[in-house]
Design a protein around this ligand. Structure first.
Ligand code: 13P
Length: 256
């Protein structure tokens, strides 16, 4: 398997620009010079200029938490792919459950953003996952299949290597409840099967599928050792150097 682990911190609406600068310096000094595991940080927009400067010459990639699908124009409050690229952004988190819950995003509405992200030479991290009610009704696999099909409609086969999927069960986000290693593997392998139906077996083997939801330095190793778990999208534990770099270290230990 040639997929490289990706450990990405989703800082959500946390950290001022100066706090972000400090945190990224700490992360950089701890894990910024290795390239065995791909590390990424996704700060809020207001911190991105500062973090981008701090990351110059580092192996750590910069990610954004959103993008608008139009290139430019009268769209108050929005940010385009070109603006992100100008800050050396690599990844864009899209379809996060918090954006679905609080900002009305759906797999269909996020499809435009995914397509314009790849058209803008950026890599989407497309987030999917079921609510607790859906899991209890045994709908998990149907829900993630629909989210994949709708969110990735018209996604070009030739762009597949730039796609990252994050499986984030909504009930595990910020709750301290993590999917067990087996639960994560079951859904991840189903996601890969669904991707194979859309893009072919070989392509599906190249797409990284991250786990997100209360991942921390203690449970990372078990989750990351599952065959279809290719990294993590980390919320709370990405906000301190110790816990975030502990997760990166767990991935490095598995590669050693
Ligand atoms: P937590 O790690 O805080 O559960 O958040 C996960 C997440 O939503 C990452 O995008």
């Amino acid at each position: 398997m040639s997929r490289k682990y990706l450990i990405a911190g989703n800082w959500k609406m946390n950290k001022t620009a100066s706090e972000s600068g400090l945190l990224v310096q700490q992360i950089h000094s701890s894990v910024g010079s290795q390239s065995t595991v791909q590390v990424a940080v996704c700060p809020p927009f207001t911190s991105m200029g500062k973090v981008s400067e701090e990351l110059e010459g580092s192996q750590i990639a910069l990610g954004a938490q959103n993008v608008y699908h139009e290139a430019s124009g009268a769209y108050t409050g929005e940010v385009s792919a070109e603006m992100l690229r100008d800050l050396y952004v690599t990844y864009v988190i899209l379809g996060h459950s918090e954006r679905r819950q609080y900002f009305g995003e759906t797999s269909k509405s996020v499809n435009n953003k995914i397509l314009s992200t790849v058209a803008g030479n950026l890599k989407p991290i497309y987030c999917i996952g079921e609510t607790i009610e859906q899991r209890e009704r045994n709908e998990t696999l149907d829900v993630v299949r629909t989210q994949i099909r709708e969110g990735l409609e018209n996604f070009s086969d030739s762009e597949v290597e730039n796609l990252v999927i994050a499986y984030e069960p909504v009930w595990a986000i910020g709750t301290g409840k993590t999917a067990t290693d087996d639960m994560a593997q079951e859904v991840h392998s189903f996601i890969r099967k669904t991707l194979a139906e859309l893009f072919g077996e070989n392509a599906a083997e190249t797409i990284r599928i991250l786990y997100g939801g209360s991942m921390n330095a203690g449970n990372a190793s078990g989750l990351l050792s599952q065959p279809d778990v290719d990294g993590g999208l980390i919320g709370g534990a990405s906000l301190s150097q110790k816990s975030f770099c502990g997760i990166v270290q767990a991935a490095l230990d598995l590669e050693a």
